[in-house]
Design a protein. Structure first.
Length: 332
C-alpha cells in the first residue's frame, strides 16, 4: 500500500514508528524498518558519540531507511552534525521553528520531517523546505504539540500544504486508524502507543501490562504534571498513583505538587528517579513503576497484545487494506 510518503521516505508501508523517547532503541527502530515501515530513534538526551553509536547499531540490524528525531527545544546542533556525519537518511524535527536547520539537513542528504499542530505551522515548515509534515492531533501520547484533534487537523493540514505528503499522528493504533488517516488525505500514520507493546520496546514489564490493560478513557492530558525538561510542553499519560495524588491536591503547579523530591524508582542507567521526573519506565527500573510517567495516547484501548514490532507493522497494514477492500465491495 504505497503512498507518496513511502516514495519520499524510501519505505514500503506507510507506517512511521513514533520516536518514543526512552522506549526505542536500535532493535525496535530496525524491526519496524525491516518490516517495511520507518523506524525512528529518539536521542534527545544523548551526546553526539552516543547518537553515532545508536545509528551504527541500527545500521547493523537493517539496510532499510530509518529516522532520527531531534527536539528543537533541547540542544540539537551537535546532534544534527552527528546525524549528518553518519549520513542519517531521515531527520525529524519536533517543537519550535525548524527554519534554521532544514537547509543544513537537506544539504547533508537527509529527508526532513517536522511535526506541527496547525495548518499555519505546516505552511511555514513547507516554506522553509520540509519534505514531509507530521500533523499531530491532541489524542497523541507523550509530548503533545497542540490542541486540535487528529480528525479535523489532518485534512486541514493536507489542504494547506498539498502536494507535500502529510503523516497523521495521534490516536492511531490499528489498521482502521491507518485507513481513516489515508481517507482524510494523509500519506501515512505515525504510531507510538501500539509499539509500546512490542517485544523490542525497552520498557518495564509493568508499564507494558498497564498499556495492555488500559481503555480509551484511561489517559490524562496535562500541562504541568511531569517535568518534561522544557517549558509549555503539555503531555498525555496513563492515570496512575502520581496523577491521582496530584489531582486530589487540586492539580497544583510545580513546586507545590505532593511528594515532590521523593525517590520512587532506581535505574541502572538513570540512577534515582523522583516523583514527577519524566523518565520513561525502562526495563532496568526497580521500584514503584506505576508512579512514573506512563506515556500513552488515547489509542491505548486498541492495544491488546504484546507482539514483535514487525508483526505490528504488517498487521496494521493488512487491516487497512482489508478496510479498503470491504468499502469497495460495499460500494459495489
Amino acid at each position: 500500500m504505497k503512498t507518496k510518503a513511502c516514495e519520499v521516505l524510501g519505505i514500503e508501508i506507510p507506517i512511521i514508528q513514533a520516536p518514543m523517547g526512552g522506549a526505542v532503541g536500535p532493535a525496535l527502530a530496525a524491526a519496524v524498518s525491516n518490516a517495511g515501515g520507518l523506524g525512528m530513534l529518539a536521542p534527545w538526551a544523548d551526546d553526539a558519540d552516543a547518537l553515532c553509536r545508536e545509528v551504527r547499531e541500527t545500521r547493523a540490524l537493517t539496510s532499510k531507511p530509518f529516522g532520527i528525531n531531534l527536539n528543537m527545544d533541547f540542544p540539537h546542533m551537535e546532534l544534527l552534525d552527528a546525524c549528518l556525519d553518519e549520513a542519517a537518511p531521515v531527520i525529524s524535527f519536533f517543537w519550535n521553528d525548524p527554519s534554521a536547520v532544514v537547509a543544513r539537513a537537506k544539504a547533508g542528504g537527509a529527508v526532513v520531517m517536522h511535526t506541527v499542530a496547525t495548518a499555519q505551522a505546516a505552511r511555514d515548515a513547507v516554506d522553509c523546505g520540509v519534505d514531509v509534515i507530521v500533523a499531530q492531533g491532541w489524542e497523541a501520547g507523550g509530548h503533545v504539540r497542540g490542541t486540535v484533534a487528529t480528525l479535523p487537523l489532518v485534512p486541514t493540514v493536507v489542504d494547506a500544504v498539498a502536494p507535500v505528503p502529510v503523516i497523521a499522528a495521534g490516536g492511531i493504533a490499528d489498521g482502521r486508524g491507518l485507513a481513516a488517516a489515508l481517507a482524510l488525505g494523509a500519506s501515512g500514520a505515525w504510531i507510538g502507543t501500539r509499539f509500546l507493546a512490542s517485544e523490542e520496546a525497552d520498557v518495564h514489564p509493568d508499564y507494558q501490562a498497564r498499556v495492555l490493560a488500559a481503555g480509551e478513557a484511561d489517559t490524562i492530558y496535562a500541562e504541568n504534571l511531569f517535568d518534561v525538561g522544557w517549558p509549555d510542553a503539555p503531555h498525555r499519560v496513563l492515570h496512575n498513583s502520581t496523577v491521582a495524588g496530584w489531582q486530589a491536591a487540586g492539580c497544583p503547579p510545580p513546586g507545590t505538587r505532593p511528594g515532590e523530591g521523593e525517590v520512587i524508582v532506581t535505574s541502572d542507567s538513570a540512577g534515582p528517579i523522583v516523583r514527577y521526573q519524566s523518565n520513561t519506565p525502562r526495563s532496568d527500573c526497580q521500584g514503584d513503576i506505576d508512579a512514573m510517567a506512563l506515556w500513552a495516547g488515547q489509542g491505548v484501548g486498541l492495544v491488546k497484545a504484546r507482539q514483535p514490532a514487525g508483526d505490528i507493522v504488517r498487521e496494521i497494514n493488512d487491516q487497512a487494506e482489508a478496510v479498503f477492500r470491504n468499502l469497495t465491495s460495499a460500494a459495489g
